[in-house]
Design a protein around this ligand. Structure first.
Ligand code: PGA
Length: 244
């Protein structure tokens, strides 16, 4: 079942998400956390860091990683996760995994990543953003809902949205390794965050349109424990939203 929580703004959304994550980690310090990158989860990481919780036993898996960036590139998700999540939250870097993008065989790296998640016992709480085109991680429209971790081709819309992190739009990689929608669907709890009016159309379509590959984020409605935290701007087009 999908539970929708509408908050005033991004800061309140981050606090709500951090409270859910903190409860899990307090109950089980070796919780496996699924990490989204992008702008959306930043207030969540900030609110979680402010709680001063001991996260040294928490394990974490990133959702995805670009292919084709030089090792150590500041916009690689390995670097982003280290800078924005692992260090400020005090995670043990040895317990944080990001898909390995610099080997010779990305397809093999993708299947190994899937196996690592399974070997860890699966992801307990998966933090997610949503793309303006309804993508989840780098599962672009058209991706089968049961796909495992795989090599994905980024859509023009996604590359354009992510150009702000790079010097120029054509510097955004064209491919990535991403957890699949099937991988994401196996997490114990999904925590989808959406802030700002530019997410409103995709969020309403995900929550109220047909469930299927054209709108990847719609897959969350098949999940038994999916929580959407959206600010009033992102939630503006949801007809049947549950008031906060
Ligand atoms: P954003 O990206 O958090 O930077 O808006 C979300 C996404 O594309 O999934």
């Amino acid at each position: 079942m999908t539970h929708v929580v509408v908050v005033r703004d991004e800061r309140e959304g981050g606090e709500a998400a951090a409270a859910i994550i903190a409860d899990r980690i307090e109950a089980r310090p070796d919780t496996v956390l699924g990490i989204a990158t992008g702008s959306t989860p930043l207030t969540t990481w900030a609110a979680l860091a402010e709680r001063g919780l001991d996260l040294s036993r928490t394990r974490a898996f990133a959702l995805d990683e670009y292919l084709g960036l030089p090792p150590g590139h500041p916009q690689s998700f390995e670097a982003v996760v280290a800078r924005e999540v692992t260090a400020p939250l005090g995670l043990d870097p040895a317990l944080v995994q990001v898909p390995a993008a610099n080997g010779d065989d990305p397809d093999l790296a993708a299947s190994q990543y899937e196996r690592s998640i399974v070997a860890a016992g699966g992801i307990d709480v998966q933090v997610l953003g949503i793309g303006r085109n309804g993508h989840l991680a780098f599962n672009e429209p058209g991706t089968p809902l049961d796909a495992p971790t795989h090599v994905a081709v980024l859509s023009a819309a996604t590359r354009s949205d992510n150009a702000r992190f790079f010097g120029a739009p054509d510097e955004v990689p064209t491919r990535a390794i991403t957890q699949g929608l099937g991988t994401i669907a196996r997490a114990g709890t999904l925590l989808l965050l959406a802030f700002g009016s530019r997410k409103a159309t995709a969020l309403a379509a995900a929550l109220e349109g047909p469930i299927g590959a054209p709108l990847p984020a719609s897959v969350i409605r098949r999940h038994p424990d999916a929580i959407v935290i959206a600010d009033t701007d992102a939630a503006a087009l949801i007809a049947k939203r549950v008031p906060a």
